[in-house]
Design a protein around this ligand. Structure first.
Ligand code: ADP
Ligand code: MG
Length: 422
């Protein structure tokens, strides 16, 4: 995967209408629809401001939530959720769409930019087209929720072309969506010159840089809940990293594979062979592979459970591992001290429970203190680092959950691959 892509700074934007794919998928209050966290809108401001300052006009677009663009599919989904099909009317479906209109986003964006944001009533319908045609340099408009169009998630070329036809340049800045080949995240690039905004540029520079030519030694810390959800990440990083550190729920499948007793801990019995293969591969490649030596355990999965320390290979039958123990913390802290780059994905324990957050906190603290480039990928990992108060101590916290995982897997990301090479 080539991470070296053109950015807004590499093209002339003056006088151009720019279709800008943002990530405005903000959390909203279920009842009032009020935006409960506008971080993502704020994050888009530098690129929007740059475009405006340099004489462009901006046609911003984003998806918001998961609207169901077809009535039949909506009925099917609701029925699967246990709703009585007789109660599912077309009005209710339309109401579900109304709850995901872009009005609150347009309003907040306008406040933050300190200028008018022209909101279109549709995505590529007559209103959007007319407003786009009338748009003047320095003006900002916002399309309706891209997922109101059936063709969006199918990457329908007609929809992509209709979106592209409104503009002269495509700028992608929705990193959280680059792993999806949708019309607005990738399809449009077939019809317009396509470059990245500042958010994606930073992800590519720092995460891409760490994968393509890391400052060594490269230490990868992998945790989280399941081995099975991290196979791609382990496979890819085993080829790149000098040291791999394992924590979190996935450690118990490794411990079991090595003949340990893991009690009631998270265990994926189908992946025991895989774990042993990985350990063998690491040994062959000379990659250091560190597993926990001790664990804080609990009798039940609960915030008030009493933490008890056990060796990683002998967790009693009635206990489950909830966090890494102090000896493990010491070893892991030591391993990141002289690192050139640390990539961290997946908490070391059930950090949501304070009694089992210490392993994750200690690793975050070690990362905060090292001189290494420190990169956090993964939704829960980013949340953990923020919750524990170390967010501003990291070199980079990736803004995409699923997207950063696929990035670490070394997968081709459609929303990045479609951009012009630098
Ligand atoms: P990310 O979103 O950063 O990729 P994951 O989704 O893989 O991370 O994992 C996060 C979850 O893993 C957290 O909710 C955490 O509670 C859970 N977890 C960590 N350690 C354990 C453990 N020992 N047992 C059960 N769950 C765990
Ligand atoms: Mg997660």
């Amino acid at each position: 995967m080539n991470y070296n892509k053109k950015t807004v700074k590499d093209v002339d934007v003056k006088g151009k209408k720019v279709l800008l794919r943002c990530d405005f998928n903000v959390p909203q209050d279920k009842v009032t629809g009020a935006i409960t966290d506008d971080k993502r809108i704020r994050a888009a401001l530098p690129t929007i401001q740059y475009l405006l300052d340099n004489g462009a006009s901006v046609i911003a677009c984003s998806h918001l939530g998961k609207p169901e663009a077809s009535f039949d599919k909506w009925v099917k989904k609701q029925t699967e959720k246990g709703k009585d099909p007789a109660s599912l009317t077309e009005e209710k479906w339309k109401k579900s769409l109304d709850a995901l209109r872009m009005e609150p986003v347009a309003e907040r964006l306008s406040q933050l930019l300190g200028r008018e944001v022209i909101l279109a009533a549709d995505v590529v319908g007559p209103d959007a087209k007319a407003k786009a045609a009338a748009l003047q340099p320095g003006q900002v408009m916002l399309l309706q929720n891209t997922r109101f169009e059936k063709g969006e998630t199918k990457n329908d070329p007609d929809l992509a072309k209709a979106m592209a036809d409104m503009a002269e340049l495509y700028v992608s800045d929705a990193f959280g969506s680059v792993h999806r080949a949708h019309a607005s995240t990738a399809g449009v690039a077939a019809y317009l010159p396509a470059v990245s905004g500042f958010l994606i540029a930073k992800e590519l520079e720092i995460m891409g840089g760490a994968l393509a030519s890391p400052k060594r030694p490269l230490v990868a810390i992998l945790g989280g809940s399941k081995v099975s959800s991290k196979i791609g990440v382990i496979n890819n990083l085993l080829d790149i990293a000098d040291t791999i550190i394992i924590g979190g729920g996935m450690a118990y499948t490794f411990a079991r594979a090595q003949g340990g007793s893991v009690g009631k801990s998270l265990l994926e019995a189908d992946w025991l062979d895989y774990c042993n293969d990985m350990l063998k591969k690491a040994a062959e490649k000379g990659v250091k592979f560190l597993l926990p030596v001790d664990n804080l355990c609990a009798a039940e999965f609960s915030a008030d459970a009493q933490p008890v320390l056990h060796g990683a290979m002998d967790i009693p039958e009635d206990m489950m591992g909830m966090d890494i123990g102090p000896k493990t913390v010491a070893a892991y802290t030591e391993a990141v001290k002289d690192a050139g780059t640390v990539i961290w994905n997946g908490p070391m324990g059930v950090f949501e429970f304070p009694a089992f957050a210490e392993g994750t906190r200690a690793v975050a603290s070690a990362l905060a203190e090292t001189d290494a480039i420190t990169i956090i990928g993964g939704g829960d990992s980013a949340a953990a680092v923020a919750q524990l108060g170390y967010a501003d101590k990291m070199t980079h916290i990736s803004t995409g959950g699923g997207a950063s995982l696929e990035f670490l897997e070394g997968k081709e990301l459609p929303g990045v691959a479609c951009l012009l090479d630098a």
